[in-house]
Write a protein that binds this ligand. Structure first.
Ligand code: ZN
Length: 77
């Protein structure tokens, strides 16, 4: 059976499409299913802005990820 995907991150959740919402945790009516990680994040919806030039200057996704994490930690100082 196909698993429902998380509406926040797109990962597969623990629930089948056929599972009734009364038997699920993290289902938001009108929106959809959240995975356990996104559900436990709760109302923590903080974001950081990534300048476009950083994305354009880093064609390698791994390096781009590193730059974004660097920005993230800088924002925490
Ligand atoms: Zn998720």
């Amino acid at each position: 059976m196909a698993k429902d995907k998380c509406i926040m991150c797109g990962k597969e959740t623990a629930y089948d499409f056929e599972t009734h919402i009364d038997y699920r945790t993290g289902y938001i009516e009108g929106a959809g299913q959240l995975c356990a990680t996104c559900y436990t994040q709760g109302t923590n919806r903080n974001h950081i802005a990534v300048p476009e030039y950083i994305i354009e200057a880093n064609p390698n996704d791994l390096e781009l990820g590193g730059k974004i994490r660097e920005l993230y930690w800088q924002s925490k100082k």
